[in-house]
Design a protein around this ligand. Structure first.
Ligand code: KG4
Length: 340
């Protein structure tokens, strides 16, 4: 039986729509919102307004690129949460309206689960190597830092998570301290390539078990820069690359230490990274080094499927469709959702 699913993602500041046919992604359209750049972070009200403007053209483009009409779609999958409520409401309302008008099933998707299931995407250009079960996932984004045992597509267990800030937040907030625009993560990554990772040393958390903490690092970075700028007002500009390289080295080291421990404790030797920070070149290099040393098999998502995107919502929707996991029109979005 052939199935076509429309995926909708609007949890933060990217409006995205994707069309999946029989497990293959045919289109994945993402509209970014430049409007937040001047504010040093996402402004929720501006994000939901931009989603309102973008959602219809983005869905239209996704269907056009996939060569399908609205009447051919069998189900709509949408991000229910976690995310910004005003942003989630735009995608949720659109999905509900679409499903009702076409009399087709509605599928709710947990955004975090979807980031992990991005590892099961194949598209028209490529089929990729997918992890087998069980595998470990390091989910690192602007709002999450978690280590998860993935037992099946829809069966996941969180075994470690941040007790305060997420890794992406640490990148973005430290970037802001250095005067870099939002989102700072990709810029730190770019500058780090020209810098010395051992030029500066920053504090590392001492947290029990497999949990993370990044708020101490963020504060110590802020004080460090403040003190150095008092001595030399041009300190940041003169040391930008070394600062970025040292900060990235520290964040990646913190992340990887717990992943290594998780692999040892669980005996699982397949490791996948997911979420926006998985695009970081330092993290990818560290993962490949660990793979060689510890004989792991590792999985890094394609860039288009690592940042927020609707293809990951469509593939998650597909797995739920195959199990008849549908929801009703009374389904409301949730700003806070965890992996169950
Ligand atoms: O998953 P994502 O697109 O959005 C959510 O948070 O759900 O992740 C965005 C985060 C931001 O914090 C951004 O700075 C970070 O991912 N990011 C990176 C890189 N690319 C994106 N952080 C470090 N290095 C990168 N190359």
């Amino acid at each position: 039986m052939s199935v076509i699913i429309l995926g909708i993602e609007s949890s933060c500041d990217d409006t995205s729509a994707s069309v999946l046919k029989d497990g293959i992604i045919y289109s994945n359209i993402i509209a970014n919102q430049d409007v937040h750049m001047n504010y040093g972070g996402v402004v929720p009200e501006l994000a939901s307004r931009a989603h309102q403007q973008n959602i219809i053209p983005v869905v239209h483009q996704a269907m056009e690129k996939a060569g399908v009409t609205a009447d051919e779609i069998d189900a709509v999958a949408f991000t229910r949460g976690p995310g910004l409520l005003g942003s989630l409401m735009v995608g949720t309302s659109f999905a509900k309206g679409f499903a009702m008008s076409k009399n087709i099933p509605l599928i709710e998707v947990n955004h975090l689960q979807a980031h992990i299931l991005a590892h099961f995407i194949d598209d028209l250009k490529n089929t990729y190597d997918h992890p087998g079960f069980p595998f470990l996932a390091l989910l690192v984004s602007g709002g999450n830092s978690q280590i998860i045992v993935v037992k099946d597509h829809l069966d996941m267990e969180v075994i470690g998570e941040t007790i305060d800030d997420a890794a992406g937040e640490a990148f973005d907030k430290c970037a802001k301290v250095m005067g870099l625009p939002y989102p700072g993560g990709p810029l730190i990554d770019k500058n780090a390539k020209q810098g010395n990772p051992l030029a500066f040393e920053f504090s590392r958390p001492r947290i029990q078990g497999l949990n993370y903490s990044f708020s101490g690092l963020k504060t110590s970075f802020l004080y460090f820069i403040r003190d150095k700028v008092k001595e030399n007002p041009n300190f940041v500009q003169e040391n930008m690359n070394d600062l970025c390289a040292s900060l990235q080295y520290t964040i990646v080291d913190i992340l990887m230490n717990k992943v290594k421990r998780a692999a040892k404790e669980t005996g699982i030797n397949q490791v996948a990274i997911a979420g926006g920070v998985s695009a970081n070149s330092g993290l990818q290099n560290a993962l490949h080094e660990a793979a060689e040393k510890h004989k792991w098999k590792v999985f890094v998502p394609q860039l288009g499927y690592s940042l927020d995107n609707a293809a990951m919502i469509a593939i998650t929707g597909y797995f739920k469709y195959l199990r008849n996991e549908f929801v009703g029109q009374d389904t409301a979005p949730f700003a806070r959702m965890t992996i169950k």
